[in-house]
Design a protein around this ligand. Structure first.
Ligand SMILES: *Cc1c(COP(=O)(O)O)cnc(C)c1O
Length: 384
């Protein structure tokens, strides 16, 4: 059996090696390292793929979130609501901009922000909501957009884990993750579903005026050379990363399909066991369309419900099966983000999930033998 890896980037590389090596060599020859034609071409190709009017490439996903918030003109003291169960980047940029993060609980089945908890947390100071499409599945965008409209709030989608995922709206129409809110941020970190060979990120929006502002913010607030109209940052995608992304974007749907197929095999082997809960597909099209892209499995995350999660992680490690706990500590209990207004009873789901979740190896190169070994090892463990 091939050695099992949590993420296998080399397998993908081998299949696009010639194209990537040639295009990188071409970038080196032309020396158009920053804001070159490759970056513009990638931007257009991603706009077409997503069906969004504007893509603004930038240096990484964390910057993308920060720039989105800067572009919307959020001011110190404005409250921004996001999920307690996510990667820290989301809350970090809120705090960095001196906005006030307000963390709320998530749903047990989708792991995504709970619209009921979200609406309860709204105050007169609330200005924006940041739903995170965690592990590759969209948050409840119908409910979130409705709440945002009712309370006149901005929606900034954190799409770092769900590029290529779709969401079917109440009216039956289907759109790509990251195209619902006023603006969205994504990451091209190597292990993301669309990853480059270094750091990279992008912001998406359908709003022409906001796109113009964002293009200035990423480039020192300049719209005309050496005229700084707004406070900006330096956050650019470089041409070498752009050629990698251009090679991979046409394959993204296929990559996501391989992830879903691996996920289906995991679930088929593990579902129904009394101590295991496999990931739930919450958006309705999951059961109605073949080849459904309502979940793109950035992570395949199980719940081990008999209190044996940590022992299971240890057991898998001993048998050379890598796994991860995303995330082991709720954000509201992280030292940097403590806030005396938080009450434990409002974070029951996150507090439970951090004790139960375990993410299995997930990438495009998993084979049946590896999946069978991983699932039988888990079943043996929970059955003992
Ligand atoms: C990866 C990630 C980010 C940050 O992206 P970077 O490119 O690493 O800065 C933000 N939010 C979520 C949910 C992520 O998974």
């Amino acid at each position: 059996m091939k050695k099992i890896q949590m993420v296998d980037l080399n397998g993908q590389y081998q299949t696009i090696k010639e194209q990537v090596n040639d295009s990188i060599a071409n970038v080196l020859e032309t020396s158009a390292f920053i804001n070159g034609p490759e970056v513009h071409a990638f931007q257009k190709e991603l706009e077409d793929y997503l069906g969004v009017k504007h893509v603004i490439p930038c240096a990484n996903g964390t910057d993308a979130l920060q720039i989105a918030m800067m572009g919307l003109g959020l001011k110190p003291g404005d409250e921004v609501i996001t999920a307690d169960f996510t990667f820290a980047a989301t809350v970090e940029v809120i705090a960095l901009l001196n906005l006030t993060p307000v963390l709320v609980d998530v749903e047990l089945d989708s792991f995504n922000i709970d619209p009921v908890a979200l609406e309860k947390a709204i105050t007169p100071k609330t200005r924006a909501i940041v739903p995170v499409h965690l592990f590759g599945q969209c948050a409840n965008m119908d409910a979130i957009m409705e709440i945002a409209e009712k309370h006149n709030l901005y929606v900034i989608e954190d799409n770092a884990q769900a590029i290529g995922a779709s969401y079917t709206q109440k009216d039956g129409s289907k759109k790509k993750a990251g195209t619902f809110g006023h603006v969205a941020a994504t990451s091209f970190f190597p292990s993301k579903n669309l990853g480059c060979y270094g750091d990279g990120g992008a912001i998406f929006t359908n709003d022409d005026a906001l796109a113009h502002t964002l293009r200035g913010v990423v480039n020192h607030g300049m719209y005309e050379r050496y005229h700084h109209d707004v406070v900006g940052v330096n956050s650019r995608l470089d041409s070498i990363q752009a050629v990698v992304l251009r090679a991979k974007l046409p394959l993204l749907d296929q990559y996501n399909k391989s992830r879903r197929e691996a996920a289906e095999k995991y679930s088929k082997a593990l579902e129904g066991h009394k101590n295991i809960i496999v990931p739930t597909l919450v958006n309705t099209c999951a059961t109605q369309c073949e080849n459904c892209d309502c979940h793109v499995f950035h992570q395949y995350t199980l719940r081990i419900t008999n209190g044996q999660r940590d022992a299971c992680v240890k057991h898998l490690g001993e048998l050379q099966i890598p796994c991860g706990v995303y995330y082991p500590i709720p954000l509201h209990l992280q030292k940097a983000y403590l806030d005396e207004r938080y009450k434990e009873e409002n974070f029951q789901v996150t507090n439970q999930l951090v004790k139960e979740v375990i993410s299995l190896p997930m990438h495009t190169e998993l084979d049946d033998e590896q999946i069978a070994y991983i699932t039988s090892t888990i079943l043996e463990f929970v059955n003992q």
